[in-house]
Ligand binder design. Structure first.
Ligand code: NDP
Ligand code: MG
Length: 338
């Protein structure tokens, strides 16, 4: 039986993680939860899992910080599913301990990946679906065999060039941007998916998780979100991972990897059937969505620039969600850091 501390329990990844913990009471036990401001939702989870006050952390109200909460609630497995830059202090604390970290908060690796790799004492197991697939695929080949690593992107709600030409970007609403075609996610990452900044961050995340040069990675738009990643070997073979777009699978894999087990047979998600499916792949439109170019530039300039990119994006997304700036302005504000 492994104990789990779940940070960001009330969010999209947090809720899916709870589903898995509920499904395997014989394997794992929730011993603490943290959230931002949604007290009712957090307390409801606390009640369901019989947690005491000291095992529940609400950032808006707690006098102590999240680092202290983590130190007081040691677990066998940590899950960091806090969104945005707010998730970074928790990662920095957890990596000082030896137990594995199942990491959804990609911002930690984007802004501090070099530092984290240099100082971590624990294993970091990605939850992000593309990186979960990459890790799985890379475990099947020798490092020297790898020619390319394909990172797939849905293209977001504004993929259609005819319907959403760049000239219309200043009129796109928050509602349009939150309407993701294939994934159901929290607000921040949904906007990041619409700008393709999510993919840009995922490139940096992959650079920090796996030890390959930037030229190895290739981002490809795959609107159906069925293939999550692919690895091309020098012999011309390409291996791909396919599954229904649901975060339950990468979360389960991450948790069971942390338990040093495979995902049990009784785990089930909607089965993906390839029959009658049209899987398509397209080039990324860097002109309408310059996010990936920003990420490459930031990687070139170093970790400090990656932090600036992260910060400029976090700020811009919040302003856009408050309807204070337009969709087009998100890119303009970020571009200024270069
Ligand atoms: P949500 O917005 O749905 O949830 C965010 C969670 O973080 C909530 O529980 C929120 O609490 C909590 N939180 C916010 N601020 C703080 C804080 N200062 N201290 C403690 N908790 C806080 O986000 P997602 O679940 O969508 O995403 C979480 C992370 O996972 C992000 O980094 C995202 O990039 C990554 N990710 C998400 C995927 C997805 O499919 N959703 C896929 C891959 C990665 P409250 O409810 O109280 O505000
Ligand atoms: Mg992803």
């Amino acid at each position: 039986m492994k104990t789990i501390l779940l940070l960001g329990a009330t969010g999209s990844i947090g809720k899916s993680t709870l589903d898995i913990i509920r499904q395997f009471p014989e394997k794992c036990k929730l011993i603490g939860i943290a959230g931002g401001k949604n007290r009712n939702a957090l307390e409801k989870i606390g009640k369901e899992f019989s947690l005491e006050k000291s095992q529940i952390f609400l950032s808006d109200e707690n006098k102590e910080n999240i680092e202290m909460f983590i130190r007081k609630n040691n677990a066998d497995i940590y899950v960091n599913a806090i969104s945005g830059e707010a998730g970074i202090p928790a990662t920095r604390e957890i990596i000082q301990q030896k137990n594995p970290l199942c990491l959804a908060n990609k911002e930690s690796l984007v802004g501090h990946g070099i530092f984290i790799n240099r100082t971590k004492k624990c294993e970091i197991i990605p939850i992000d679906s593309e990186h979960s697939s990459m890790a799985h695929l890379l475990s099947q080949v020798k490092k020297t065999e790898v020619k390319k690593i394909w990172l797939t992107a849905s293209g977001g709600p504004f993929r259609d060039r005819e319907k959403f030409p760049i000239e219309k970007f200043s009129q796109l609403s928050k509602h349009d941007a939150l309407n993701h075609p294939t994934w159901e996610m929290g607000q921040k990452i949904s906007i990041d998916s619409a700008t393709l900044m999510n993919k840009a961050f995922e490139l940096i995340e992959a650079m920090r998780l796996f030890d390959f040069p930037i030229e190895t990675y290739q981002v490809v738009v795959h609107p159906q979100s069925i293939i999550h990643a692919a690895v091309e070997t020098h012999d011309g073979n390409i291996i791909m991972e396919a599954s229904t777009p649901s975060m339950h699978l990468p979360i389960a894999r991450s948790l069971f990897t942390a338990m040093k087990e495979s995902v049990p047979q009784k785990f089930s998600i909607e089965h993906f059937s390839p029959f009658g499916k049209n899987l398509t792949f397209e080039k990324l439109d860097n002109e309408r969505f310059p996010s990936l170019l920003f990420a490459k530039k930031a990687l070139e300039l170093g970790e400090k620039k990656c932090q600036e990119l992260l910060h400029a994006n976090d700020e811009s997304v919040h302003l856009f969600l408050e309807e204070k700036i337009s969709f087009a302005e998100i890119f303009k504000r970020i571009e200024k850091i270069f």
